[in-house]
Design a protein around this ligand. Structure first.
Ligand code: PA5
Length: 419
């Protein structure tokens, strides 16, 4: 490895020099909110009771959420963030997420669940997303054959074919407000309705988001964590850090990485601009990605997320060994510290977010901080963080191909490797 090259940090003067950009980003974000464009800031003020289903929906043994992108990633992130990666093995309620048009995925889920005992949430804001509709159509046919009732299905949507079917077939329907964009929708009906059936305390989640909202409304960048987070990322983007790595040191936050990846990429990647989000996980990626982060191109900014108190812990015993008496939680947090130190000494900029513990409340805070960070960052970069023209174009092309109107294979056959 090369010699240490010192810290490439940001000074107070650097931040002072950005005053105009910060103030403008803050003002524009709040103006958009005042105009009613930022529904994700409004929904957290709603009473959580409106998202709860009646008791008869509690009896289902299985829950299956069907959706794509912003309509499902957040729900899965919160579920795993609260319940853990082996929740299905440990709990009597089994929860599945179906967010691909991969037939093997659907097959495996159908092998496990009994449809009559399954509560299916079909989530799509547009109500027309092809993967969601395709999976739903297949499920619907099977559910009819197995004699499922209308209570088996809950629709969460703001329109399209999905809502039409919902009304026609008398399914329970929850609205998604028009001004809530997919990837910013986890704290709306999109996430809260299914999560409330999965044993997640949605009240605590929202209370964390509301407390973070108070901090994110402060004009002073030094007292506003989202504004500061956006500013740091913006300044390093301008210094050539085109990749933003997020690296929690707790398994339960790996889905948070995937949610963040979508939020950052789809919101900010436009007009030739953007910062590529990368999902990493400590301590595992110290044995894979870290080599590149330390010794590869200096094009990254790293964010560590660490948790002080784990729900469970173990003490290691082996007389004479340096691990003797150490807790696993201490080990993983030392590993984070070591990585932070070595990255800093090699001149790789990094930020640490420290959670006291990881529960619904702290997760609600973290989610909302990232939503606000993304909104501020969009204004700093002068891109509209709340549209996704390229994603919409992709959806249109898929539809044209399916309707036989597309140009067919020749458009993708630049180079094919057959295995
Ligand atoms: O963030 C977004 O807008 C997208 O990721 C959408 O959530 C995704 O494409 C699914 O769209 P819909 O909810 O309309 O099915």
């Amino acid at each position: 490895m090369k010699e240490k090259i010192g810290i490439e940090g940001i000074s107070l003067e650097d931040i002072e020099g950005m005053r105009n950009i910060v103030d403008t980003a803050y003002r524009r974000t709040m103006e958009r909110y005042d105009k009613g464009e930022l529904g994700f800031m409004e929904v957290i003020q709603k009473d959580c009771e409106c998202y709860r289903l009646s008791d008869r929906y509690k009896e289902f043994k299985y829950i299956l959420v069907v959706g794509m992108g912003g309509s499902i990633l957040g729900t899965q992130m919160v579920y795993e963030g609260v319940k853990g990666v082996y929740a299905n093995e440990l709990n009597s309620k089994k929860v599945f997420f179906l967010d691909n048009s991969d037939p093997e995925l659907l097959y495996s889920i159908l092998k496990i669940v009994a449809l009559r005992e399954t509560l299916v949430f079909v989530v799509s804001k547009s109500g027309n997303t092809v993967e969601t509709l395709a999976n739903f159509f297949i499920l619907r046919e099977k559910m009819k054959k197995e004699g499922c009732r209308e209570d088996n299905v809950v629709i969460i949507s703001s329109g399209g074919l999905l809502k039409e079917i919902g009304k026609r077939e008398n399914y329970k329907i929850f609205e998604i407000p028009e001004n809530v964009v997919g990837r910013f929708s986890v704290l709306s009906s999109v996430g809260l309705v299914p999560l409330s059936c999965m044993g997640v305390d949605i009240g605590k989640l929202i209370s964390g988001a509301r407390d973070m909202d108070k901090l994110c409304r402060r004009e002073d960048v030094f007292n506003n964590p989202a504004l500061m987070n956006a500013l740091i990322h913006y300044m390093f983007l301008n210094r050539g850090k085109s990749i933003s790595v997020i690296m929690p040191y707790i398994e339960r936050l790996y889905r948070f990485d995937l949610w963040y990846r979508q939020l950052w990429a789809e919101s900010l990647g436009k007009d030739g601009k953007g910062q590529t989000p990368v999902a990493a996980l400590g301590a595992k990626d110290q044995h894979s990605q870290l080599q590149l982060y330390l010794d590869g191109p200096k094009d990254k900014i790293i964010t560590f997320i660490k948790v002080r108190k784990f729900k469970e812990d173990f003490t290691i015993r082996y007389k004479g060994h340096y691990l003797d008496g150490c807790n696993l939680s201490q080990l993983i947090n030392f590993q984070q510290l070591g990585t932070e130190r070595v990255l800093t000494s090699m001149g790789v900029p990094n930020i640490s977010i420290v959670l006291e513990d990881l529960d619904e409340y702290t997760l609600g805070k973290l989610i909302y901080m990232y939503e606000m960070t993304t909104a501020f960052m969009g204004e700093m970069m002068e891109v509209n963080a709340f549209n996704q023209p390229a994603v919409e174009e992709g959806k249109k092309i898929t539809r044209e191909l399916l309707e036989g109107k597309g140009k067919g294979e020749e458009v993708v056959k630049d180079y094919i490797i057959k295995i």
